[in-house]
Design a protein around this ligand. Sequence first.
Ligand SMILES: [Zn+2]
Length: 125
Amino acid sequence: MDELTDLIMASLGSAYARYKTYPSATDIATVYNCSAHGSRLRKYMARAYQVLAGLEDGDIEGAGWTAEEVDEVVTEVPALFKDFRAWNRKSKGVESQELSEELVCSYHVHGVGEKCLSEGLNFRG
Ligand SMILES: [Zn+2]
């Protein structure tokens, strides 16, 4: 099961790195409704949302969202807003790293010391 979860994380990040594919508002709501606090999938959703929320309106539309949806989803999913704020605090004062350059493994659920299928790789591969 962990392997499947890790594979999904790698696929999500890879779709972003290749095609700038963002999760939809529905995807985010579904993840938050079906996962627990601290889940890696939530972590990815909040991180992708942070990137999306930082875009200019025109680019937001290019990503398949509307500016209104970006505002409304945090009302629909309050836990997303909490995680988003946590990411913003974490990003303060550090040079922001492009999401596609983050290590895939930082979104994995496997244990420390367990074999990693994406060892040393970022979402670009
Ligand atoms: Zn890993």
